[in-house]
Design a protein around this ligand. Structure first.
Ligand SMILES: Cc1cc2nc3c(=O)[nH]c(=O)nc-3n(C[C@H](O)[C@H](O)[C@H](O)COP(=O)(O)OP(=O)(O)OC[C@H]3O[C@@H](n4cnc5c(N)ncnc54)[C@H](O)[C@@H]3O)c2cc1C
Ligand code: SF4
Length: 520
């Protein structure tokens, strides 16, 4: 007899959403989280503490392909990486579910079509209170419901930017945003529309993160238990290797074991691979559920670039992340391959630039850092990173994560940068300055910027080429599921969290059916 119906390992976008979705069923659920609650404190909104001193980057050491240690940009908290995320909650495009030829190679098809994910995207948008406007983005996939909340309005400089993009023949749109903002009734709005959102924790709990809208509502149900500071270290199976019998956990320096009918791993792409690889046994000599040798492989993390342009007029915007441009998502008249998505990143301030060498040397002779901050308009360019088998997570002899990664699709990334740069003159910007920034990217050590990590346990119909089946159940272990971004066979060029959330609801429905329960 198991202790629980379901154990969920990791409380981020995947695990936190699954816990919330399954909680009303009355099933006995244990949520294991290696981190603690993220402290609510004034430093939550301090650029110096968050960006310069990395106050909320959790201590961990990973190694690159040459064995050099680095600190990955990970956030081990209740709610996972969503505690710090920018809450840009995009659906993948319908075409992203099919095979797409890129400049740098092929982005493989998903084993399910967009239409199968669509109802779950709608549910995830409702759970995470997404604000947006349908019909503006020319690449938007079909949706069965409007956004649950109206789009977040542009502030004047961003409205001007939107108008200028449109005058240049593009189709700017209101970006989908997970903030609990009520512009029609600000005295009752949870969100105060501040400048310290993207990359910061929300001090007033108004960001649609997996702690606030996943874990906390789940814990209102007495059948859900959360253990913090509880790291799953291995998964043990029955003698045939067909089912997990024990989850071995380290909590406050003590080893404990828990059992459940179903075990769901959602520890983030790298840590999920780590846990499965560390659970090798006689029946699973290459790592648990790794007969296909796919566990750890095809690690992706987006070819993202944070870039800063200098507006001729001052940019007084407070909440900047309201605009997107997808005209280059698939191709343009001059370039036949997909380039990706242009969106805004949180408004930069002088404090964030400290130590950013490219920015300082390029602009310092002409502009002071305060002048730069006053005029900065900050963009985030995302190009699809393609899955390569040799871009992988493996373990060294001491069980540490080794991340072997080479960038892919660089030509498309450079092309997107050039497209934006060529437009600066039409957008009221200094024409020659489009400057790469770190933002939360850690450009110093590219492999450390793991915010958008995905891949490592791809789902598919063929057990020879995938670790999980289309229900995200391990092909080789009957009661093992994975619901973080590990299951992605390709990462598209939009932010990944909403897809992880939607998929967690999809897998949750499957689990409820399997366990004979209702979503409530
Ligand atoms: C600064 C920043 C900005 C971002 N902005 C956006 C954005 O605007 N839009 C977007 O879509 N995405 C954004 N992302 C990415 C997004 O947050 C992630 O894609 C998403 O959270 C991934 O969900 P996940 O469930 O795979 O992993 P996570 O959310 O990271 O959750 C994994 C959880 O597992 C826990 N864990 C790990 N190992 C163990 C273990 N062994 N035992 C127990 N628990 C464990 C971790 O502590 C963590 O809580 C951003 C990320 C960052 C860091
Ligand atoms: S903009 Fe809103 S959601 Fe974001 S940190 Fe500020 S108050 Fe929180």
């Amino acid at each position: 007899m198991s202790d629980y119906d379901v154990i969920i390992i990791g409380s981020g976008a995947g695990g936190g959403t699954l816990a919330r979705h399954m909680a009303p069923s009355g099933k006995k659920i244990l949520l294991l989280e290696r981190g603690d609650w993220l402290p609510r404190e004034p430093q939550n909104w301090s650029a110096g503490d968050v960006f310069v001193n990395n106050r909320y980057v959790s201590p961990d050491t990973w190694y690159d392909a040459d064995g050099k240690p680095f600190q990955p940009q990970v956030h081990y908290y209740v709610g996972g990486a969503t505690k710090l995320y920018g809450a840009a909650l995009y659906r993948m495009r319908k075409e992203d579910f099919g095979e797409l030829q890129h400049h740098g190679g092929v982005s493989p098809a998903w084993p399910i079509p967009y239409e199968e994910m669509e109802p779950y995207y709608t549910k995830a948008e409702q759970l995470y209170q997404v604000h947006g406007a349908r019909g503006e983005d020319p690449t938007e996939p079909p949706a069965s419901a409007p956004y649950p909340f109206p789009a977040v309005s542009h502030e004047p400089r961003i409205q001007q930017l939107s108008d200028d993009f449109a005058a240049a023949g593009l189709h700017p749109f209101h970006a989908p945003c997970g903030v609990m903002l009520n512009e029609a009734n600000m005295p009752y709005s949870n969100c105060v529309r501040c400048s310290t959102c993207d990359g910061f924790p929300c001090l007033v709990h108004a960001k649609s993160d997996a702690e606030v809208l996943g874990v906390r509502p789940a814990l209102e149900h007495p059948n859900v238990t959360l253990l913090t500071n509880a790291t799953a270290v291995t998964l043990a199976t029955n003698s045939a290797g067909t089912a997990i019998t024990e989850v071995v956990v380290e909590r406050d320096g003590v080893r404990e074991t828990y059992s459940a009918d179903i075990v769901v791993v959602s520890a983030g792409a790298a840590n999920t691979a780590k846990l499965l690889l560390a659970s090798a046994s006689d029946k699973h000599p290459n790592g648990l559920a790794n007969g296909s040798d796919q566990v750890g492989r095809n690690y992706m993390f987006h070819d993202s670039q944070a870039v800063l342009a200098l507006s001729k007029e001052p940019n007084n915007t407070v909440f900047q992340k309201t605009l997107g441009v997808n005209d280059y998502y698939f191709a343009s008249d001059e370039w036949e391959f997909p380039m990706g998505n242009i969106q805004m990143v949180g408004k930069s301030v002088a404090d964030m630039y400290r130590g950013e060498q490219p920015l300082m040397t390029k602009l310092a002779p002409t502009f002071s850092l305060t002048e730069v901050a006053d005029h900065a308009i900050d963009f985030w360019l995302s190009t699809e990173d393609l899955p390569l088998p040799d871009n992988r997570v493996s373990l060294d002899g001491d069980g540490n994560v080794v991340l072997n990664y080479k960038s892919t699709n660089d030509g498309a990334r450079d092309r997107l940068f050039k497209q934006l740069r060529s437009l600066l003159g039409h957008l009221g910007m200094q024409e020659h300055h489009l400057i790469p920034r770190w933002a939360y990217l850690e450009n110093k050590i590219p492999v450390a910027g793991v915010a958008h990590q995905a891949g490592t346990c791809r789902f598919g119909s063929d057990p020879a080429t995938s670790a999980l089946n289309t229900d995200c159940r391990a092909h080789e272990v009957d009661n093992l599921y994975v619901v973080d971004t590990s299951f992605f066979p390709s990462i598209a060029a939009v932010n990944p969290a909403l897809t992880a959330m939607a998929n967690a609801v999809r897998v949750g429905d499957h689990l409820l059916e399997r366990l004979g329960g209702n979503a409530g």
